[in-house]
Ligand binder design. Structure first.
Ligand code: HXC
Length: 513
């Protein structure tokens, strides 16, 4: 028995060194942690329970027969984050570039299956060159097994992807199927094919950073929702994100204790500028409404004309979707619509009530938008709000023009409570544009067309540049002073706590993709 114990101990030690001390040193030289260190920093001290440490690949092709590495390049298991159960896998780039093949994939699917059975989030710490080239089709089969599970788990348990190194092929498609992606600046990359293949196929010379660095995916493609300067900061980001979300779709998000206080927020009184065309920062409005420092922005650097993120209101998680007048006047374009829609659907899937702060002049006009499908993409946001069954509240702070009024959680698409500030303007379009269209002939034939336009603009503004016409129809439940907003929202969410809505029976809807 003594010998057997010693043998097991030896195997356990071997399984911990992955690709070997030299490669680990190289990894550290690039400012990267090892797979085990990442898990160590993510999970509560001492909570990690590893599974499959002795698993090995089964290939003897292309030199793999000489490389039996315990664990096959991925560390998998479970543990807790702030006391809550989490499943985790961390790919080890020091082993064959963290590449995935049959055994490696089986280890990942095993924790995914357990996560589904027990209703707990899965976190993937990705650091992989994709399908292991030496193992051929079984590598592809392994990825397909993971993709299938990513989709089955979507909307059932939260799935978070952290990109910790250069990731290609399947190593980016699995994260793309998960709920959120986080990247490390200047050491993680995501691409379907790397710069060398790009050069061969399209003759473009592009660096890894430009092609698929954190900056590129945070601002241009929108593939990543979060970027961090280093791995430790990213791991803290993962923990923070988990604090807003439930373990699964049957649970409520965790809430913090809250003692009711004076909920009036006088700072909101003076945020809206005198002129309707002057910008202001909607993030200031959010900061004043939600619990102090609780706003956790998602997709911060992408489509900045819409702001989305988690926050707490009286200790409870909410999802905020807000137009940003400080960027492109808060207009809705393709990127803003898809960004908003994706966030709304996540919140709805995981029982996180929605708060919409609205100041939107409409959809962005132009050939670029039309040719790239603003119709289909704008419809995504409309669809996402319309099918959401979580408590939904809208506050119109200023403009609610045209189709954007309908889209941004209007009463008619199922919002539960709609508030407006006295500065709200709820109309088909701005007064000037409206006057130019409906009084075109009158203005053209006037002795002084400019004066006539100003007069008609004034008439239209008088009629519609306020919230009272909408309130008289019941489209707005209450016109409130800005400083009352937080108090009204706390009350309304408490009232909506037991909201239960069933969608019509269907297999699934057909989101305009
Ligand atoms: C086997 C791999 C590998 C892979 C890297 N390695 N990728 N081994 N299969 N897919 C090995 C390298 O041979 C090398 O081994 C070690 O990992 C480190 O790789 P480097 O190239 O030295 O690292 P780096 O310069 O940082 O570049 C990282 C990389 C690059 C950008 C990821 O390695 C790369 O482009 N790899 C191939 C990517 C790829 O095409 N994957 C298949 C995608 S198809 P040694 O022993 O020399 O240190 C796919 C299908 C899924 O995934 C389906 C999708 C829908």
């Amino acid at each position: 028995m003594q010998d057997k114990r010693a043998h097991l101990h030896e195997l356990q030690e071997q399984s911990k060194v992955g690709g070997g001390e030299k490669r680990i040193a190289a990894q550290h030289g690039k400012g990267k942690l090892t797979a085990r260190e990442r898990i160590h920093f993510l999970l509560d001290e001492g909570s990690f329970q590893e599974m499959g440490a002795l698993v090995q690949h089964r290939s003897n092709l292309f030199g793999l027969d000489g490389q039996k590495i315990l664990g096959d390049g991925v560390v998998t298991g479970y543990g807790t984050v702030n006391g809550r159960l989490i499943y985790v896998y961390a790919q080890d780039f020091t082993v064959l570039g963290g590449s995935l093949a049959e055994a490696h994939a089986e280890k990942i699917t095993k924790v995914m299956d357990l996560a589904m059975k027990t209703g707990a989030p899965v976190i993937g710490l990705n650091d992989s060159g994709g399908a292991r080239i030496q193992e051929g089709v079984v590598s592809l089969g392994g990825y397909s097994d993971i993709f299938y599970r990513n989709v089955q788990a979507s909307g059932v348990i939260p799935q978070l992807s952290a990109m910790m190194g250069p990731c290609a092929g399947g190593a980016v498609y699995s994260p793309a199927l998960t709920d959120f992606i986080m990247m490390v600046e200047e050491s993680s990359y995501m691409f379907v094919t790397g710069p060398n293949v790009v050069k061969t196929v399209t003759h473009e010379e592009v660096s890894s950073e430009e092609l698929g660095g954190a900056g590129t995916h945070a601002t241009k493609s929108g593939v990543t929702q979060f970027t961090y300067p280093n791995e430790i900061a990213l791991i803290e980001g993962l923990k923070k994100l988990l604090s807003y979300v439930p373990q699964n779709c049957d649970e409520e998000p965790p809430s913090l204790p809250y003692t009711p206080a004076d909920e009036l927020r006088m700072g909101l009184q003076h945020i809206i500028p005198e002129s309707a065309n002057q910008p202001y920062d909607m993030k200031e409005v959010i900061g004043e409404i939600v619990d102090t420092d609780s706003f956790f922005e998602v997709h911060k650097d992408f489509a900045e004309n819409i702001v989305v993120g988690f926050a707490r209101l009286a200790g409870k998680s909410i999802g905020v979707v807000a137009n940003q007048p400080a960027y492109l006047a808060g207009v809705l374009d393709i990127q803003a619509s898809t960004k908003g829609a994706r966030f709304v659907r996540f919140c709805d899937a995981f029982n996180i009530p929605l708060l919409v702060l609205e100041d939107v002049p409409g959809f962005l006009p132009g050939t670029d938008q039309e040719w790239n499908g603003i119709i289909t993409n704008g419809a995504k946001l409309l669809y996402a709000f319309s099918e959401a069954t979580v408590p939904r509240i809208t506050v119109i702070t200023r403009k609610a023009y045209g189709g954007a009024y309908c889209v941004m959680n209007s009463k008619q698409i199922g919002a539960d409570m709609n508030f407006a500030w006295p500065t709200a303007e709820i109309a088909v379009m701005g007064a000037k544009g409206a006057a130019e269209i409906i009084f075109r002939k009158e203005i053209a034939s006037a002795e002084n067309p400019e004066e006539k336009l100003a007069e008609k603009e004034g008439e239209y503004a008088e009629a519609f540049a306020n919230p009272y016409r909408a309130a008289s129809r019941g489209y707005i439940d209450e016109v409130i002073l800005p400083e009352q907003t937080r108090q009204r929202l706390i009350r309304a969410y408490a009232m909506l706590e037991n909201k239960a809505v069933q969608l019509p029976k269907k297999k699934h809807g057909n989101l305009p993709l």
